[in-house]
Design a protein around this ligand. Structure first.
Ligand code: PFF
Length: 461
């Protein structure tokens, strides 16, 4: 097993042992943005925003990203870059054996999230492909029911996993970085193009009004605040070591502060602009009632229905929309599998190829449960995509704020521009005194919701 050189405060050697590094700055940034931008941005965000008070929700969300999301991302980046190790090893090195379970929680979250994320991604592949070959279905509701339970859901889930494994297997520069450099600009262009097109639709103004009407009453609603926090973690890929792992391939001269702001801003912009596509389309066709049925299904029912009714243009636009979703999903899945893969490489000395295949196959097998049952999918999402991330975020903020053996300020200052060095004390203040209590409160609600989800699952099943 290759151990990278130890890094203690003041140790600014550029050496990272034999660990592969990102080839370029943009390679890292786009890979990290690729992790962040995914299914969470394209639908979950606009749905929660519309339900949670429109522009008022956006304000709560922006505050959450700035006060909680960015500091937490800086924690992950600092731990990853300092140790050049995946989560389990990184926490062991900087915290001792007592912190290893937190690393395992991260790996478990990556494993579980990818297992159902890949199923949903499989649906997007299928819609994109069907759009190209046959057009969109005229009975989207029935179509979705067939799709979400039948054998084809398994097929597309497996195809998606094979692709993900294939890229992660190849490595950081030739696999993940290269994919991100091609796929992310493509995704930006598609989403931007779709938003410009959506402006021309007849229902656009009403759609924007529904999406962005400032319902100030929601500003103090605890559910909305909790949802904004959980959405920020999920959307920014925080609380499970994805950013930590990607940062472990960074060289010592990167400005982590600048990167954290860039990644968070890009993630927010894609979510925001995706909403500028979804709502005009839905309002142009009077499908707004479907939006209040919150399930993942709405994305796969109301939008394809709308594209179908729009004829030839709808078909073209719909294909682009689902291609963008699929692209977002795959770059996110890469980071999920990378967390698990790199941990197996670092902990057990596996070759990358073997680790990616072994773990990818196990995840694909576990995902079969979500492929055949929407109830299982919903439950795993609630437990791993919500509860585990919040728990992981809480653990990480306490670790970096209070227990880490190296001074996080030293790591954040390394490579930082003078202007940004000045904000580091404020970041540390947030990490120590604001994040733990705020995330702990969010955690209580997440536990309650997970508990309810378990109850509903077993009552229903
Ligand atoms: N950020 C992704 C999204 O918004 O769809 C989901 C995700 C990816 C969560 C990677 C966590 C993660 F580690």
């Amino acid at each position: 097993m290759d151990q990278p050189s130890p890094s203690l405060p003041g140790d600014d050697r550029p050496s990272t042992g034999s660990r592969e590094l990102w080839g370029t700055r943009w390679g890292f940034v786009l890979a990290a943005v690729g992790s962040a931008v995914g299914l969470g941005n394209m639908w979950r965000f606009s749905y929660i925003a519309a339900e949670g008070g429109g522009a008022a929700f956006l304000m709560v969300y922006i505050v959450m990203v700035a006060l909680i999301g960015i500091p937490l991302m800086l924690c992950e980046l600092a731990v990853g870059r300092n140790t050049h190790l995946s989560p389990i090893g990184a926490l062991r090195r900087l915290g001792g054996r007592g912190w290893v379970p937190l690393g395992f929680l991260f790996v478990a979250a990556g494993f579980l999230i990818l297992s159902y994320y890949s199923v949903i991604a499989g649906w997007t592949f299928r819609y994109a492909l069907e759009g190209i070959v046959f057009g969109f279905p005229s009975d989207p509701g029935a179509h979705f029911e067939g799709l979400a339970s039948g054998g084809t859901a398994i097929g597309f889930h497996l195809v998606f996993m094979v692709l993900t494994i294939g890229i992660v297997m190849v490595g950081i520069q030739k696999g993940i970085e290269r994919a991100a450099l091609i796929l992310m600009p493509t995704l930006f262009l598609i989403v931007l193009g779709l938003a410009i097109w959506a402006m021309t639709l007849e229902g656009a103004a009403e759609g924007y009004a529904f999406y962005l009407r400032p319902d100030v009453g929601e500003l103090m609603n605890p559910t909305v605040i909790r949802q904004a926090a959980a959405q920020a973690f999920f959307s920014l890929s925080l609380g499970m070591g994805a950013m930590l792992t990607y940062a472990s391939y960074l060289s010592r001269d990167t400005d982590l502060n600048e990167e954290a702001v860039t990644i968070s801003f890009a993630d927010f912009m894609v979510a925001f602009v995706a909403g500028m596509v979804v709502f005009p389309v839905i309002f142009a066709l009077g499908l707004q009632d479907a939006v209040s049925e919150s399930t993942v299904g709405a994305l796969f029912i109301s939008l394809p229905g709308a594209f179908q009714e729009m004829g030839g243009v709808g078909r073209f636009v719909g294909i682009l929309f689902f291609v963008a979703l699929a692209v977002g999903a795959i770059t996110s899945a890469l980071s999920l599998l990378e967390v698990v893969t790199s941990s197996i490489i670092d902990e057990f000395g596996f070759l990358r190829r073997n680790a990616a295949v072994a773990m990818g196959v196990l995840i694909a097998l576990f995902g079969l449960l979500s492929a055949v049952s929407l109830d299982v999918l919903g439950l795993v999402d609630q437990v791993a995509g919500d509860l585990f991330l919040v728990l992981g975020a809480l653990g990480l903020s306490i670790f970096v704020g209070w227990f880490m053996k190296v001074n996080p300020a030293t790591e954040l200052a390394r490579g930082a521009r003078p202007g940004l060095v000045r904000v580091i004390p404020a970041v540390l203040f947030l990490v120590r005194f604001v994040l733990p209590p705020v995330i702990a409160v969010v955690l209580l609600f997440s536990i309650r919701d997970a508990w309810d989800a378990f109850g509903a699952f077993f009552a229903g099943g």
